[in-house]
Design a protein around this ligand. Structure first.
Ligand SMILES: NC(=O)c1ccc[n+]([C@@H]2O[C@H](COP(=O)([O-])OP(=O)(O)OC[C@H]3O[C@@H](n4cnc5c(N)ncnc54)[C@H](OP(=O)(O)O)[C@@H]3O)[C@@H](O)[C@H]2O)c1
Length: 254
């Protein structure tokens, strides 16, 4: 049985707690957060501590807090040399945990929100360890949750994270913009759902470059002008121009 403690009570902490509770080889020792009580979304049976200074013994301590607080939390965490301290961040160096004898990274490459359930078994888990021995222990833990476990350096992980920002955060922001444009024209944004779902489904069959369509790729200046007229004076005009100009460059490559 592997004993795991989670520090943090946000989106990733919630989903990790759910998947740990379902796994018979993992014992979720406790969750530690700064709130008085464990938020109500979490399973009632989980032990909770709101003091990082009074944690029970565990094999792994997973720091799942905002990136800028990882180093600070790590410095306040006092654990035995054989316990492995991990963080879950894509863009934070492994070195921010170097005050611990055994440390590493456990970065699940997915978008997590408490309100949306998720199947962990297909989520790539990007791992790093401060020694070969620790890396193998982290790998064993990751393989209990997912079939897809990948070792990467902090620099490689940063590149993965910036790519994730483009493919997920920026794409979703584009949908927020699209929803706003439709709303201001009194059209239900759900009309876009089949298009949004097909956009990602296509990638099962085509490369992202082969899947690209639209007026910018076709260099259809007449349509682009109409769109810019419609967006004139809004915050989205500049975004449309910048992205379209980058897509137009693809036209020369394809
Ligand atoms: N969300 C994702 O899609 C995703 C995906 C992969 C990796 N990650 C990584 O996972 C980690 C957690 O992300 P998240 O999305 O779960 O964050 P989140 O939902 O914003 O939750 C952040 C957590 O950090 C806690 N926290 C912040 N400052 C603190 C402090 N000074 N002391 C103690 N606790 C503090 C917050 O406590 P309060 O609730 O009390 O404010 C909260 O529990 C980050 O390293 C992130 O980069 C996130």
């Amino acid at each position: 049985m592997i004993n795991v403690t989670i520090i943090g009570t946000g989106n990733v902490a919630f989903h990790l707690s759910e998947v740990f509770l379902k796994n018979q080889k993992i014992n979720l020792v406790e969750i530690c957060g700064r709130k008085k009580n464990l938020p109500s979304e979490f399973n009632d049976f989980i032990d909770y501590s709101n003091s990082i200074f009074k944690l029970k013994k565990s094999d792994f301590y997973i720091i799942s807090v905002s990136d800028e607080q990882i180093e600070n939390i790590s410095k306040n965490l006092n654990v035995g040399d054989s316990s492995i301290v991990l963080h879950c961040s894509g863009s934070t160096s492994i070195n921010e945990l170097s005050n611990h004898c055994s440390h590493g990274v456990f970065y699940p490459l997915q978008t997590f929100s408490i309100k949306k359930s998720i199947n962990f078994s297909n989520i790539p888990i990007i791992i790093e360890g401060n020694s070969y021995k620790n890396l193998n222990k982290i790998k064993d833990l990751a393989l209990m949750l997912s079939k897809k476990v990948l070792e990467a350096s902090s620099k490689q992980r940063l590149a993965i994270h910036v790519s994730a920002v483009f493919t997920n955060n920026f794409t979703n922001y584009m949908r927020i913009v699209a929803d706003e444009i439709l709303k201001s024209n009194k059209i239900d944004a759900k009309i876009l759902n089949p298009l949004t779902f097909e956009t990602s489904d296509k990638l099962k069959h085509l490369s992202s470059k082969d899947a690209q369509t639209g007026p910018a790729l076709r260099n259809d200046l007449k349509t682009i002008k109409k769109h810019l007229n419609l967006l004139k004076g809004t915050d989205y005009e500049k975004v449309y121009k910048t992205i379209s100009s980058e897509i137009t460059k693809l036209n020369n490559e394809l």
